[in-house]
Design a binder for this molecule. Sequence first.
Ligand SMILES: [Zn+2]
Length: 290
Amino acid sequence: MPELPEVETVRRGLALYVTGKRIKRLEILHPRATRSGSTISLKSVEGARITDVARRGKFLWFVLDRELALVGHLGMSGQMLIVPKNSELERHTRIRIDFGDKKLELRFIDQRTFGWMSAEPLRKQDEKYLPECCAHIAPDIFSEEFDKARVIGEIKRRKIEIKKALLNQEIMSGVGNIYADEALWYAKVHPERLSSSLSESELAEILRAVKKVMKSALKQGGTSFDDLYINVNGESGYFEVSLRAYGREDEPCRRCGALIRRINFANRSSHFCPVCQRARKSRKPAKKRG
Ligand SMILES: [Zn+2]
């Protein structure tokens, strides 16, 4: 499932190709191509010129020369590919966008249909214009608006498992199952520890780890765990070779050699080292009395 590094990789690839181009024609090939609840027709972006491609968390959007944005969410398996116009139409193609280019076009392909594209009005927030559907999404760790103290405060305030807090896109956006497991491994924190029980320095360490793992994934073009994620040119990421916890059940921890464990977590799973990432901090021996 695409997380921040994968979406950012797609954003960068798209920006190189689409910036400055005009949306000549947008063709909808599947009724579930757009966001449920969206009130503006996707076709209303036709004729608009794309001035930039922006991102917040896992949402990306085409900034247009009108008071609308064309937002895309890759969901579980969405891909945005720039392909030759005459290439065979993949079965799961939801949307095609023609930029008036003789050779290439953009195709939004989504096998599992959790992804979507949507035309969204803009809303001003903190001196920035955001598409309406992204207004509740918190800044991600690479964004200028990211406020570390606020995020640490919000995590501490909630009495939820730390992994759940990391996945909450209203606290901090962009982190999904893979990078949450990886960051907690680096920070040596058990995924089920209660967020309110963690110290500020432990939380700062976790945030440092989140940034570190996503940065190195970004360098390698994202993680391609189930072969569904590929970047804009159809090239897959290489980050999976560097994974420390995610998907490594029963393989030795690269720090201590203990076998990585997998436990159920919200219809998915968490991977962690039972030795490096203890469920509870070991208690200091009780003081002897008298
Ligand atoms: Zn270990």
